[in-house]
Design a protein around this ligand. Structure first.
Ligand code: VGL
Ligand code: ZN
Length: 206
């Protein structure tokens, strides 16, 4: 059984959003097309409380991009984004959400960030995504979304360590590249751990 996993296709990660990923909106149409090719579609939502400690605004004198130690983990500070129930936390308005079977919420604990859709950044708590996929009999995961160098990367790495056959749909992803080269390094890291990089057309033809 195969499933499509859409990572964080939310307004805040698209141009005009709080934490915009360049060209993030360009993958929405692709997601809509790909969803028709899958029996099971799961989407993640970055879903932070307003007092989340990954937000620079919640630390005196800190600015976005600063790196701090947060409860024992290195943490990049971000602008406030994807606050639970806020406008920016919604899926991109063009995303055909009726085709999504299940939504996984992550980053809900204010003390720890969660780039991956599977576990928080300290691997302390599971989101329930792995259990859900196993229950559905999923063995192959096709992953796309935002952002390549954060939430896509860590979701792919966790998918691999959970034992899923993991495909990264490259043209369905866009990255932040906070430091130029981050996206390439993320791609290399995913491939090195066993992810298969592919293009959407390989799923759309035929
Ligand atoms: C993300 C930074 C902070 C992402 C989420 O979706 O890649 N990046 N929160
Ligand atoms: Zn976040």
């Amino acid at each position: 059984m195969k499933a499509l996993l859409l990572i964080d296709l939310q307004i805040d990660f698209c141009p005009g959003g709080a934490l915009e990923v360049p060209q993030g909106d360009q993958v929405i149409d692709l997601a809509n097309q790909l969803m028709d090719q899958f029996e099971l579609v799961v989407a993640t939502k970055d879903w932070h409380p307003a007092d989340h400690e990954s937000f620079a605004a919640n630390h005196l004198w800190r600015r976005p991009g600063d790196v701090i130690e947060l409860h024992g983990l290195e943490q990049i500070l971000w602008v406030m984004h994807c606050v639970q129930d806020s406008f920016g936390s919604q899926f991109h308005p063009q995303l055909q959400t009726d085709k999504i079977n299940h939504i996984v919420y992550k980053g809900t604990d204010k003390e720890i960030d969660s780039y991956s859709g599977f576990f928080d950044n300290g691997h302390r708590q599971a989101t329930g995504l792995e259990a859900y996929l196993r229950d559905k009999g999923v063995t192959e995961l096709y992953i796309m979304g935002l952002a390549t160098d954060y939430c896509v990367k860590f979701s792919v790495l966790d998918a691999l360590s959970c034992g899923f056959e993991t495909y990264l749909i490259e043209d369905g992803c866009r990255g932040i590249d906070l430091t130029p080269g981050d996206v390439q390094a993320a791609m290399d890291a995913m491939v090195q751990k066993g992810a298969v990089v592919m293009q959407s057309e390989e799923l759309l033809v035929g």
